[in-house]
Design a protein around this ligand. Sequence first.
Ligand SMILES: C[S@@+](CC[C@H](N)C(=O)[O-])C[C@H]1O[C@@H](n2cnc3c(N)ncnc32)[C@H](O)[C@@H]1O
Length: 436
Amino acid sequence: MRLPRRIEIEISDFDFKGYGMATWKGTLIYVINGIPGEKVRCHLVNWRKRIYVAEEILEQSKYRIKPPCPFAQKCGCDWQHISYDAQLLFKEKFVEKAFFGIEEATYNKIIPAVKQWNYRGKTELAFSRLDGKELKLGFRERGKFWKVIDLEECLIQEEGMNKLMREVKEFVREKDYSAWNPWRHKGFLRYLVLRHSTIGEHMMNIITSSEGQFPLKELHDSFSTKPESSFWSVSDSVADVAFGEIKNKIGKDYIVEKTLGYEFVILPYSFYQTNPYQAPKLYELVRKYAEEGGKLAIDYYAGSAVISIVCSDLFEKIVAIEAEEYSVNAAKINLEKNQVKNVEIMHAEVEDTKGKFSNVDVAFVDPPRAGLSKHAMKALISAEPKRIVYVSCNVVSMARDIRILRMHGYKLIEITPIDMLPQTHHLELVGLLEKK
Ligand SMILES: C[S@@+](CC[C@H](N)C(=O)[O-])C[C@H]1O[C@@H](n2cnc3c(N)ncnc32)[C@H](O)[C@@H]1O
């Protein structure tokens, strides 16, 4: 189908990736910057994926606002042009759509974010310096892996992280370093990973290639407010992942976060919720669904064992399963710090635990975006948990997995959506299932 370069069209709905959807001569197209109910003039930006961008709004939605960030929709914030109340409304519609036909459950209203701006506790920023031009530091432009948006400020990143980002950029510009070229796989600076905890601690981790030595102490000493932890890591991998081998460290091994009265450590590569301000609300919800307690719980995809620890008083024993070494290490420190004795850490892939557990009262399941793989699902079903508390950051994979679990004798009792990522289409959900 040959699509026109420019069209005027009416947006009918949102798709699960946050794009406006419209139909042109029977073909579904996706429109960035379009809100359902609007008539827009848009131009084609990706023929293969049928993606357009609305350049002029001909009939405007009552939910449209002027995005405060000039780069909105170019990096991560794809919904800044929608008022916050309407963002919540559209997220609730995602739940309705994804769980259509599952009528036995109670669907609760979405829990709004306690902070709509400056909430991110982790960002992975990329360096770029193509054609010998000025060094850039910021997020990759959506759909353009080679292009970095040079940022002075990110409105959803915590303020202290913004300051660190600006000061790192000034330092490396003065040094006149090269940056990683994504085609040639050469160049020095690769990523800057910033982390922050709600008690006010900061971590910065600069990732370079092995082309040179990074003067970490000089950078750390140059900061106007020094982060609690500074790291230098090295990676020559062609994969575009902000991960490297740690070469040097100044300050503490980890920063500390507090949630529901417990303390958690954040190591350079360990998992912690991206929105630490909203995390207590998420864990309160998980606890509420597990309240009945029991003898044995399994915490699948445990990260640094936060769920296990905040629910440790509800069970005689919890086994926390996690595949990544950094998170396993963080989990072990967390158990010690909080004097929790009834949680056992299992360094394993969920997929390899089939047949290992029985008489499970509650299974906590909090997988990455893709949801449960076929073998992970088999492992979960083999444990025959009486109840499952499913935490998800992807309504589509969660709905798919819940439909499979329903075929294996589970009933969906309740779902509560929670907004962990305001200004974006992303949605977190917690669901409770029970064996019939
Ligand atoms: C969404 S995080 C969940 C973290 C944790 N429940 C929390 O609340 O902090 C998913 C975790 O699953 C881990 N993971 C991913 N694939 C895995 C697998 N196949 N087996 C075990 N853990 C896995 C990741 O390393 C990550 O820590």
